[in-house]
Design a binder for this molecule. Structure first.
Ligand code: FE2
Length: 453
């Protein structure tokens, strides 16, 4: 999948007069959403008022019109009942090859990253093509039913037969009618952890992996880690791919590969195309070094992905008390104007035996762990599982706007805060103008006793 940086990310359409083309088009809408709320984006001066409800007419896989009232007719109508019509949720960091393997062949008793890597090393000995495909498709369906239509998945390419990659390339093609899936060639055991790993990663790029991955803090030595970063940038340039590193996912405050990644991105002019995932050690750096580093990050303008669900559980396992939270400096990166998104990372695998696949769970956890509970901060957390993730993934046509792709999710909540608070159900998920998934809200029958017993 070719990558291109989005020059604009319109999410919400300013109120505009009905287009001449729409007036001239007598055909019914394929799908008409009635009475939806579009929350204002503070980055758009002309954003619509949140108190206005909007009709969204879709035709030929595109959003044809957005008006307070559209006359129709339409082949299908859905009443949003004043709830939020959101651009699709974005899962910017997941490992589809390992999803739904928790307890196989054994449980992670220490709860650490490194025991998880050991267990995965054993589990992947029994990987089969069909095994990977079936689990990945199950996870993607789970995600899509909760409003996710854009996914970036890392794929372990340290395994000599590239079984997982081959399977996920097929999955990418299979789901392309309803979901955008990007695959990261991820050397889980280190680019230099075994003699064949570098060649395997390059082979993965030739086979069609979308993104170059890396894991410098897991290489055998610091020197190998630095060398791996430079080599991976070389490959990214050679194959014209963006990069997404597992970077400093460790409690060690001396793990400082983020500065290496940022410096490479700055010097090669690849900040927009570079992502540092996890960066949990950044939460353990002393403030003197962190302040210096933040200056470099402001210049490099790379993207960040935090994975608070899993890192709050994996990190700090060697601490007594006080026990570190093990999450990167999300709030400070956001306040610095850098692009931060949030990922689920794992769904029931050797590293994390929980996981629902719902990005609202991730944003909810981020609000707590990163202490972002103010109104603007909660909206920022929501942006981290929508717009910011889209920017990291380089999605060009993301958002709800006339002429844009008819991709959106109706949530059973009027706004982002309520959506996070309730982990709102995605009642309708629309992809390319097609109603992909509908979920009925649970019904409660409240019957208090009429007399004391
Ligand atoms: Fe990860």
């Amino acid at each position: 999948m070719p990558w291109a940086f989005p020059f604009s990310l319109p999410i919400f359409l300013p109120k505009l007069p009905m287009s001449d083309a729409a007036i001239a088009d007598p055909r019914p809408y394929d799908l008409l959403i009635r009475q939806a709320r579009l929350f204002a984006d503070p980055q758009l001066a002309a954003a619509p008022q949140t108190e206005t409800l909007w009709d969204i007419g879709m035709r030929d896989g595109k959003i044809a019109e957005i008006e307070p009232h559209l006359p129709g007719p339409a082949t299908q109508e859905i009443d949003a009942q004043g709830n939020l019509a959101s651009p699709p949720l974005v899962e910017s960091h997941i490992h589809l090859d390992s999803v739904l393997t928790a307890g196989q062949p054994r449980w992670n008793q220490s709860g650490t990253l490194f025991e998880g890597i050991e267990i995965w090393g054993d589990r992947k000995q029994s990987l089969t093509h069909e095994d990977v495909k079936a689990r990945a498709l199950q996870a993607l369906q789970l995600q899509a039913s909760q409003g996710v239509l854009h996914v970036r998945s890392h794929v372990d390419v340290s395994e000599p037969k590239l079984i997982a990659l081959q399977a996920l390339l097929e999955v990418r093609a299979q789901v392309s009618r309803w979901m955008d899936l990007q695959l990261v060639a991820f050397p889980q055991d280190g680019l230099y952890g075994a003699s064949q790993n570098e060649a395997l990663l390059e082979e993965a790029l030739k086979l069609g992996a979308d993104v170059v991955g890396g894991i410098p803090h897991y290489e055998l030595t610091r020197e190998d880690g630095v060398r791996s970063v430079h080599r991976l940038f070389d490959l990214a340039e050679q194959y014209d791919r963006p990069l997404d590193f597992h970077c400093d996912e460790i409690d060690d405050p001396q793990s400082r590969f983020l500065e290496v990644v940022a410096a490479c991105a700055l010097r090669r002019g690849m900040g927009d195309r570079t992502t540092a995932s996890h960066t949990t050690a950044f939460g353990s750096y002393d403030n003197g070094y962190a302040t210096k580093l933040m200056g470099l990050l402001r210049r490099a303008r790379i993207n960040f992905i935090a994975n608070p669900l899993i890192n709050i559980t994996l990190q700090g396992r060697g601490d007594s008390y006080p026990k570190r939270r093990g999450v990167t400096r999300v709030k400070e990166l956001w306040q610095a104007g850098l692009n931060v998104s949030l990922g689920h990372d794992c769904i029931q695998d050797p590293w994390y035996s929980l996981g629902s696949g719902n990005p609202l769970d991730v944003a909810h956890m981020a609000a707590h762990v990163c202490q972002m509970t103010g109104q603007a901060e909660l909206e920022a957390c929501y942006a981290m599982v929508t717009r910011n993730g889209a920017k990291t993934l380089g999605i060009q046509d993301y958002g709800i706007y006339r002429g844009g792709p008819a991709n959106l999710v109706l949530l059973a909540a009027p706004g982002p805060r309520e959506a996070l608070c309730q982990r709102a159900i995605a009642t309708t998920v629309i992809t390319r103008g097609h109603c992909l998934s509908q979920t009925t809200l649970p019904q409660q029958h409240w019957s208090p006793p009429v007399q004391a017993f």
